[in-house]
Design a binder for this molecule. Structure first.
Ligand code: ATP
Ligand code: MG
Ligand code: MG
Length: 547
């Protein structure tokens, strides 16, 4: 593999290590367990875990579970499963909620230093005195409370003596600060809610800004990487760490990765699930890691995608075509080839004896000779795709047409002699003769045909369910359109059809991927039973070979 240049975060890390600032680095991936991971998270995973693969050090998995209302252990399990599936392993599994006691002590320390106060204002009152980007905010009467009064009130907050929303703990910084986030930010709020790990122990919960940096510091994270919207938070991140005099972690920001024709926000994805626009978080149309996995994406293809899009300083939209390119590249090397007809048209080979089965042999994967060959039964009646026959073909049509010849993949050359139409003018059957001595691998006819078709023997065909997917949204950026993002859902994102498969496909294992010749890559879905196989189309082929 060619040497790739470092991204800007890797450059920072390398410089820090060379300068002797650290002997090893510690990064963390900090999901909030309020949904399943999506392709944007994959970028962050590859970046954080990738750094400590490249440089000495390790990466923690830290659940950022400071909001009791939206979090769930189902999400915790899915997140761990998805990270491992992506090929990464964390050093420590940690929970911000495990630091609630420490964070509470930190808050008391700030109060004691005169750097935090209990505010009795409602959120509306707080907003009113906050000022605007061009106008300073104003101090309120609570700001000058004594340390003792603050300590007493904060303890009462903790003991559950006040209702939700009635009081907050705020940092005492500067209501005239140019950075709005530094205008006495809220550190704690009252929320009488059950937490998925701490149960009912707490009724006050730290805000993001009073949990994230402190958690980083407790874990001695050296490089805390987050997305660009946290740039204005960095000043507060540094302020709290400095005032507490705790381990100085540092925050670095990179651009959020967005994919077109979908949404990458857990809140929006949750709506799609709850309102049943999709069949769960792992619906193959979802941009979640679990959805992509079920669709047939491989960890290698997702890592390759993240590597190719790299780490940027500015936000932009990434074309889903690149993700599709990456999975084709990977599956082309790995997927076994099978023949499946998705839209059947019967072909009768009139000069082939009735009731006879002849075996043909075909390579499992021409990209990987070690996968060997398989047997494919051939008989007098076969299916081809409807689109592979034309009554009156155009000049460039090299498939089947009256009087024309094509090769059946790994079998014989056939010639079309006749066809049958029903009363509606629809072609129901094509009648052909096969050319003797033209079998693939032992062809002595010298006949040169341009088209090669996939096919399946009718009496040997296995009926399978095939799920064909299209983009979930019909516009590139549904979140930026007028109205609700769900108004732009593509109503035809799923089509379920019956396919006719060669017998070898029945040996498919769950999740296994195949190339259905000329039709794309397909993965066996967990909905499959012994009676009926179900396949998801991962992606079509770039272009059909031998048209
Ligand atoms: P969402 O909007 O989907 O809820 P989030 O940032 O709130 O996203 P977290 O669970 O907090 O989700 O994310 C965990 C980590 O993944 C964070 O460090 C976050 O910056 C990163 N991350 C989330 N979404 C993206 C994205 N689209 N591109 C890159 N990194 C992302
Ligand atoms: Mg977050
Ligand atoms: Mg979020």
């Amino acid at each position: 593999k060619e040497e790739k240049s470092l991204n800007f975060i890797e450059e920072i890390v390398e410089a820090d290590l060379q300068a002797g600032k650290y002997t090893q680095i510690i990064t963390r991936f900090p999901p909030e367990p309020n949904g399943y991971l999506h392709i944007g998270h994959a970028s962050s995973i590859c970046l954080n875990f990738g750094l400590t693969k490249k440089f000495p050090g390790y990466t923690n998995l830290r659940f950022d579970d400071t909001n009791p209302v939206t979090e769930d252990t189902e999400y915790v399990e899915s997140i761990k499963n998805d990270i491992r599936w992506m090929g990464f392993e964390w050093e420590h599994e940690l929970y911000a909620s495990d630091y609630f006691d420490t964070l509470y002590q930190y808050a008391i320390e700030l109060i004691n230093k005169g750097l935090a106060y209990v505010d009795d204002s409602t959120s509306e009152e707080i907003a009113l005195l906050k000022g605007t980007p061009t106008e300073p905010g104003k101090d309120n009467i609570y700001r000058s409370r004594s340390v003792e009064e603050n300590l007493t009130l904060f303890e009462k907050m903790r003991n559950g003596e006040f209702p939700d929303g009635s009081r907050t703990l705020r940092a005492k910084i500067d209501m005239g600060h140019i950075n709005m986030l530094m205008r006495d930010p809220i550190l704690y709020r009252i929320k009488h809610a059950h937490h998925h790990r701490t149960g009912n122990k707490w009724c006050i919960y730290p805000m993001y800004d009073f949990a994230h940096g402190q958690s980083d510091s407790i874990e001695t994270v050296t490089h805390s990487i987050c997305t660009l919207e946290f740039v204005p938070h960095r000043e507060l991140y540094d302020w709290i760490i400095e005032k507490l005099g705790i381990y100085p972690s540092h925050q670095y920001e990179f651009a959020r990765r967005n994919l077109n024709y979908t949404v990458t926000s857990k809140r929006k994805l949750l709506q799609l699930v709850q309102e049943k626009h999709v069949n769960g978080w792992d619906d193959p149309r979802m941009p979640t890691i679990s959805g992509l996995r079920r669709r047939g994406y491989t960890p290698e293809s997702i890592r390759d995608f993240c590597e190719r899009i790299g780490v940027a300083r500015r936000e932009n939209m990434i074309d889903v075509g690149l993700l599709e390119f990456c999975v084709r590249e990977d599956l082309n090397k790995k997927a076994l080839r099978r023949m499946v007809v998705l839209d059947p048209l019967k072909v009768v080979i009139t000069n082939f004896p009735e009731g006879v089965t002849e075996m043909c042999h075909s390579e499992n994967n021409p990209e990987d000779i070690a996968t060997g060959n398989r047997e494919i039964p051939f008989s007098r009646e076969i299916y081809i795709e409807k689109e592979d026959f034309m009554e009156t073909p155009s000049k460039k049509y090299f498939r089947l047409a009256p009087g024309k010849m094509v090769r059946l993949k790994s079998a014989y050359i056939i010639q079309c002699d006749d066809f049958v139409k029903d009363e509606n003018g629809e072609i129901t059957e094509v009648r052909c003769s096969y050319i003797e001595n033209s079998k693939s691998g032992q062809d002595t006819t010298g006949i040169n045909v341009k088209g090669t078709l996939h096919w399946v023997s009718v009496p040997h065909a296995h009926e399978i369910e095939v799920r064909l997917y299209d983009r979930l949204f019909s516009v590139e950026d549904p979140s930026s359109e007028e109205g609700d993002f769900k108004d732009y859902i593509n109503p035809n994102s799923l089509e379920v059809i019956t396919g006719y498969a060669e017998p070898a496909l029945s040996e498919a294992k769950e999740g296994e991927s195949f190339q259905f010749l000329r039709k794309g890559y397909f993965a066996k879905d967990p909905d499959s039973s012994t009676e009926k196989l179900v396949f998801n189309r991962t992606v079509t082929l770039r272009d059909n070979w031998a048209r």
